[in-house]
Design a protein around this ligand. Structure first.
Ligand SMILES: NC(=O)c1ccc[n+]([C@@H]2O[C@H](COP(=O)([O-])OP(=O)(O)OC[C@H]3O[C@@H](n4cnc5c(N)ncnc54)[C@H](OP(=O)(O)O)[C@@H]3O)[C@@H](O)[C@H]2O)c1
Length: 238
């Protein structure tokens, strides 16, 4: 197996944690990023170690450009490389579309789009040198749909922007051995649920379903798959 290091942002809990554990099966080591839950991140890194793989924890506020770029630098200092970058951080807040303030827009755009962009930009340099890289951005199931989103408009706009970023980077990096894809979860068990919906309206997905999709796109086997948006949403909104 070639030496491969993956970085998963927002791995201290939820979907990010599941992705980190799943990738640990396939790669040499996993860098665990967190913001506030250091103990949870350390517990995850210990679990990855116990499975015979490298791991370490890294803190960064990804709404800040310098910290997003700094995160990649710190992982490269520790492990000499970032071969697989999973941009999983993506905060969701519910607020009526006509009550939004600048701060609401900023936190959605920074948390879902700018952080992923600046982390990707920093990681691409090493991937280009090695002529191999995988970037997987975590979207949400309706990122493809240019529809009406009365309570999550900034989040929907940011995730749609992330999809455009995904396809732009995929086209730009195609000759450098780097693929850039999106995995878009629907309602995942334990995730936020719009108040107007009931669980019986949809089949919920599990965090493991999302992790499996990411593992495929991060693998050698997916070398010809780039610019795609893989929706993992059960029957939600079908
Ligand atoms: N759950 C769902 O049902 C669902 C559905 C569709 C899409 N998604 C997408 O899937 C991804 C993961 O969702 P999730 O529900 O598993 O997330 P989550 O439980 O809300 O976890 C968020 C993670 O992001 C970190 N984080 C939050 N704000 C941050 C910031 N400013 N800088 C750095 N890290 C930050 C948290 O760190 P700390 O905990 O250490 O503070 C945590 O590790 C997101 O992109 C989300 O939009 C989720």
């Amino acid at each position: 197996m070639s030496l491969r290091i993956a970085l998963v942002t927002g791995a201290s809990r939820g979907i990010g944690r599941a992705i980190a554990l799943r990738l640990a099966q396939d790669v040499s080591g996993v860098a665990v990023h967190y913001l506030s839950r250091r103990e949870d991140a350390q517990e995850l890194a210990a679990e990855i170690h116990s499975r015979g793989k490298l791991s370490a924890v890294f803190r960064a506020d990804l709404t800040k450009k310098a910290q997003a770029a700094g995160l990649i630098r710190k992982v490269e200092e520790k492990f000499a490389r970032v071969d697989i970058l999973v941009n999983n951080v993506g905060p969701l807040r519910f607020k009526a579309w006509d009550e939004l303030e600048v701060a609401d827009w900023e936190s959605a755009l920074r948390g879902n789009l700018f952080g992923a962009y600046f982390a990707m930009k920093a990681a691409l340099a090493g991937m280009r040198q090695r002529k191999w890289g995988r970037v997987v951005n975590i979207g949400y199931s309706r990122a493809e749909h240019l529809a009406s989103f009365p309570t999550i408009m900034p989040y929907a706009a940011a995730k749609t922007g992330l999809l455009i970023l995904t396809r732009t980077a995929a086209a730009a990096e195609a000759l450098n051995g780097i693929t850039v894809n999106m995995v878009s979860p629907g309602i995942i068990r334990g995730g936020a649920m719009p108040a107007s919906r009931t669980l019986s309206e949809t089949a919920l997905g599990e965090v493991g379903d999302v992790a499996e999709a990411v593992a495929y796109l991060a693998s050698d086997a997916a070398g010809a798959v780039t610019g795609t948006n893989l929706i993992v949403a059960g029957t939600w909104k079908m």
